[in-house]
Design a protein around this ligand. Structure first.
Ligand code: AMP
Length: 215
């Protein structure tokens, strides 16, 4: 099964991708996570992408298409995968279709998270995560149960993404509205697009996504 989670930064698609990935046992592929890893390891791609990401702009199609091509060729993707943050441009979507076509595959479902920009900005500003195990938290909606200690691994080491500030988020939303939203008609025409309320609480969103995926 090939699932695309589609929506602006901060809409909750990363959280949901993690949950669904465990539930249906296919990998969660986030180009944002892969790029952040490349930046951290200072690879050639990471060095090219760092300043672009910090400015809230899109990394070049060439780079992200290459990353996805390599990743979906790996063995754990043979039964499908969940894409989070890819595609973000029409060229990326078309290239994905070409890659899938070659293996007689196609995107099964595109789930669009609809949300309001102001809510998104304050959600993103509140985001932080455990530096040791990656568990995600939010100042407004999900603080650790014990102050200053990660619920999952007990670490006190928390981090915030460099691009999770109002100025960069506004830029990321502009990039989404300009380059990524125009992809919706592309998937609508293929009759694989479904929209869900991204502002509902996490469990309700998961239930809605799962019922659409299992249809
Ligand atoms: P994300 O974690 O999905 O919000 O991505 C963080 C940043 O990585 C974005 O603001 C972009 O700079 C870059 N990025 C991630 N995925 C893509 C993509 N598919 N195309 C271009 N840039 C991307």
């Amino acid at each position: 099964m090939i699932v695309i989670l589609f929506g602006p930064p901060g809409c909750g698609k990363g959280t949901q991708a993690g949950i669904i990935s465990k539930d249906i046992n296919i990998p969660h592929l986030s180009t944002g996570d892969m790029l952040r890893e490349a930046v951290k390891s200072k690879t050639e791609i990471g060095l090219k992408a760092a300043s672009i990401m910090e400015a809230g702009k899109l990394v070049s199609d060439e780079i992200v298409i290459g990353i996805i091509k390599d990743r979906i060729a790996k063995h754990d993707c043979f039964n499908g995968f969940i894409l989070d943050g890819y595609p973000r441009t029409l060229s990326q979507a078309k290239e994905l279709d070409n890659m899938l076509d070659k293996q007689d595959l196609k995107t099964d479902i595109v789930l669009e998270f609809s949300v309001n920009d102001e809510v998104l900005i304050s959600r993103i500003e509140g985001r932080f995560s455990c530096a040791d195990c990656g568990a995600g938290y939010n100042d407004q909606s999900k603080l650790p149960l014990k102050e200053g200690k990660c619920d999952q691994c007990g670490s006190s080491n928390f981090i915030r993404r460099k691009d999770d500030n109002r100025e960069t988020v506004t830029k990321r939303l502009e990039a989404y509205n300009k380059d990524t939203l125009p992809l919706l008609p592309y998937y609508k025409e293929k009759q694989v697009l479904f929209s869900i309320d991204g502002l509902a609480d996490i469990d309700n969103v998961t239930n809605e996504l799962m019922s659409l995926i299992k249809k």
